[in-house]
Design a protein around this ligand. Structure first.
Ligand SMILES: Cc1cc2nc3c(=O)[nH]c(=O)nc-3n(C[C@H](O)[C@H](O)[C@H](O)COP(=O)(O)OP(=O)(O)OC[C@H]3O[C@@H](n4cnc5c(N)ncnc54)[C@H](O)[C@@H]3O)c2cc1C
Length: 337
């Protein structure tokens, strides 16, 4: 492990879409940034969970794939020369004297900054794993919690488990390329967007998708890391054996604040409470934006996070440039480097 020490104006924890936009907003106010993310790539949930899914509520993009949005955000941040420390989790955040903060990662990197923006999303996130004996052997090969490339499932017999948006969306997305799509859910009703749930019902009626309801996962069969069948039980104990190459369990995300919970910030049910106008947390000099931040009326959307990034950057400016009057300027006036 090679440790290193850095000093900067603003340390950003999390390189999800909101952390990336915070680089831009800080840069526009002449504040240098270092950005740390536990993942080995930028983009947060967009990159890790749904890169190929289109997003429809990013202003000025009627439709943009999550991966493309991340690319655009990184491009927009690039002129401000952020320093990325990827594949490292921030473990400690401590006052280092003179009003500075020092954060330390699990790779031994130390960053001292005048202010900190916590843009850590849902914290250290991971899938809720179904409690099936021996599932670890198949994970990453024939049991996938995230689908990075739809094409990887072409011609496969796919079992999708779950009843929410992810399960239904992926069933619809795979219906025309997988050899067979079987959707296992413990209730006949799906908790997905009504139009998608209706589309699922139509495809099932047309025989393009098999609805295996009300059933739940009971076991796996296979050899090494290759799955051959998924066993499912219904409520009265009747068992079915679904021949399958792949299992995609979509039971939501396990949200784990991880080390953030120990940083002395006021929390509300695993979120950091902030002052809405500034995104200031309960500790002076530490700000929180994006999914991790909460205040009355908070909408957990990327576009809310973008606005919070702008508000936090303006609130941080007097900390980084004390005594300097901040003249509010449009980007059209200021331009970018
Ligand atoms: C399937 C799906 C579809 C969605 N569709 C939409 C949509 O259509 N429109 C919309 O607006 N939103 C959508 N969302 C929600 C959207 O993705 C989130 O609101 C957004 O990703 C939040 O961005 P963020 O930057 O705050 O956090 P995240 O994207 O969660 O990024 C946070 C980053 O912080 C890192 N991190 C956490 N703790 C640490 C630590 N201690 N040290 C270092 N790094 C750390 C994580 O690794 C992560 O990369 C969707 C989400 C999902 C799962």
């Amino acid at each position: 492990m090679q440790s290193s020490s850095h000093e900067t104006d603003v340390a950003i924890i999390g390189a999800g879409p909101v952390g990336l936009f915070a680089i831009f907003e800080c840069g526009m106010l002449r504040m240098r940034t270092h950005v740390v993310d536990a993942l080995d790539t930028v983009g947060g949930q967009c990159a890790a969970l749904y890169p190929e899914k289109p997003i429809f509520d990013i202003p000025a993009y009627p439709k943009i794939d999550a991966a493309a949005l991340v690319d655009r955000l990184a491009e927009q941040a690039a002129p401000f020369k952020p320093v990325y420390h990827l594949g490292q989790q921030v473990e400690r955040l401590e006052a280092s004297g003179d009003g500075f903060w020092r954060l330390t990662t699990n790779a031994g990197t130390e960053i001292t900054a005048k202010a900190v923006i916590v843009a850590a999303g849902v914290g250290a996130f991971g899938p809720n794993r179904p409690p099936l004996a021996g599932i670890e052997a198949f994970e990453g090969k024939s049991v996938l919690y995230y689908v990075k490339q739809r094409e990887a499932l072409r011609g496969k017999r796919v079992v999708i488990a779950g009843g929410g948006d992810s399960a239904v969306d992926w069933a619809l997305l795979l219906a025309d390329i997988a050899a067979r799509v079987m959707v296992v859910h413990r209730r006949p009703k799906f908790r997905a967007a009504p139009e998608n749930a209706e589309r699922l019902r139509q495809l099932a009626e047309a025989g393009a998708i098999d609805l295996v309801v009300p059933f739940q996962l009971a076991g796996l069969e296979g050899n090494g890391d290759r799955l051959s069948a998924v066993l499912v039980d219904n409520l009265d104990g009747t068992r079915r054996r679904l021949d399958a190459d792949m299992l995609l369990p979509f039971f939501g995300l396990a949200m784990n604040l991880g080390p953030i919970a120990a940083w002395g910030l006021d929390l509300d049910r695993s979120h950091v409470t902030v002052e809405q106008a500034t995104c200031a947390t309960s500790r002076a000099g530490i700000f929180a934006i994006g999914d991790i931040a909460t205040y009355p009326g908070k909408l957990k959307l990327i576009l809310s996070g973008f606005s919070e990034a702008a508000m936090a950057a303006h609130a941080i400016h007097p900390i980084v440039h004390p005594g300097e009057v901040l003249h509010f300027e449009y980007s059209t006036t200021r331009g970018v480097p």
